[in-house]
Design a protein around this ligand. Structure first.
Ligand code: NDP
Length: 309
């Protein structure tokens, strides 16, 4: 019985090395050398080419290499009875939070403008708003959003969080569900979204909801690109209602060359690069579940397929 690895950014050797330290007796194979496919019980992958899942009849779980499982769930060939193990990776959380804090602070402290002022040899202090007067709203208060919210609180922003189910977090105002969305938006001068891509999060930021944000609000999105109605965001920026956006994820990736985000002066684009979780920090949850399987215990950290995350 074997583990097959179809790696993400980190090569299969790195996954194998990290897993072999914990489970030296486990047979491991690297995609596309799957060997006898009936022997593959565990699969590490973010996606497989069309039709491939059906060729592995004895899968016990698929462990996602990405925190977002939309690609697996969108695959019509994904076997309905096979659980998906969530990706949990402290390196991803750290790098994602650094990306978020960087863009929030870059906007809040006008660092783009200071760069331009330097080029013009202009020594000038720009208007400064104390961080505790800046309403900072984090959409998605899970592993990533919850950590980012706490870090941003550390920079003294007036942080609030919005999630599907209610939360209680010391020092952070929390909102939940449809009822909580409008008051959450109305207090958010900066929005950070780290939501999953699900049917419920499709175009949540649209013409109507963007209009609820205070004048001059800034958008930071590193969850999924389905969140934003692109035309509505461009319209709101062009009218001056939204000050700008830092975007790492898009409805179509790679972002098509003719997409207006590339050249919009108020948009910062990064190529789905906000976080990076190497194999070394991602094997824990996989090893744990293989050990559980061997001990006849139920799996842990499993994606809720009905919710989509
Ligand atoms: P979690 O599952 O830990 O958290 C998801 C959060 O989103 C939860 O707080 C959940 O609410 C909330 N949520 C989900 N659906 C809704 C909804 N309809 N309305 C309101 N809140 C909702 O996920 P992670 O924090 O690990 O990751 C979040 C997402 O970030 C991933 O799904 C992925 O899409 C994206 N991501 C992007 C990366 C990148 O490189 N750009 C890298 C890694 C992840 P509740 O707490 O109530 O369940």
């Amino acid at each position: 019985m074997a583990l097959l690895i179809k790696p993400g950014r980190d090569p299969a050797e790195n996954w194998m090395k990290a897993i072999a330290k914990e489970l030296p007796d486990l047979e491991m194979r690297a995609w596309p050398e799957a060997g006898n496919r009936t022997e593959v019980e565990y699969l590490i992958a973010n996606s497989l080419p069309p039709g491939e899942f059906a060729t592995f009849p004895n899968l016990k779980f698929v462990a996602s290499t990405s925190a977002g499982v939309d690609r697996l769930l969108d695959d019509p060939d994904f076997p309905a009875d096979v659980p998906i193990v969530r990706s949990i990776n402290v390196q991803r959380t750290a790098t994602m939070c650094a990306w978020v804090c960087y863009h929030v602070i870059r906007h809040h402290r006008h660092f783009d403008q200071y760069r331009e002022n330097q080029a013009a040899k202009l020594w000038q202090h720009l208007r400064y708003t104390a961080p505790d007067s800046v309403g900072l709203g984090v959409m998605g208060m899970g592993t990533l959003g919850g950590t980012a919210a706490r870090m941003l609180k550390g920079f003294m922003f007036d942080v609030a969080g919005w999630s599907r189910t209610p939360k209680t977090i010391e020092g952070i105002e929390t909102f939940a569900g449809t009822d909580g969305f409008e008051p959450f938006l109305k207090r958010s001068n900066i929005i950070v979204s780290i939501l999953p891509g699900t049917p419920e999060t499709d175009n949540l930021l649209n013409r109507d909801t963007l209009a609820l944000l205070p004048e001059g609000a800034y958008i930071v999105n590193c969850g999924r690109g389905n969140l934003i109605d692109d035309d509505a965001l461009i319209g709101a920026m062009d009218r001056g209602h939204i000050a700008g956006a830092a975007l790492d994820v898009f409805k179509t990736e790679p972002l098509p060359p003719d997409h207006p985000f590339w050249s919009h002066p108020k948009v910062t684009v990064t190529p789905h690069y906000s976080s990076n979780g190497g194999a070394r920090h991602g094997v824990g949850v996989i090893v744990d579940n293989i050990r559980r399987d061997r001990a006849g215990q139920p799996f842990t950290n499993i994606v809720d397929k009905a919710l989509g995350y």
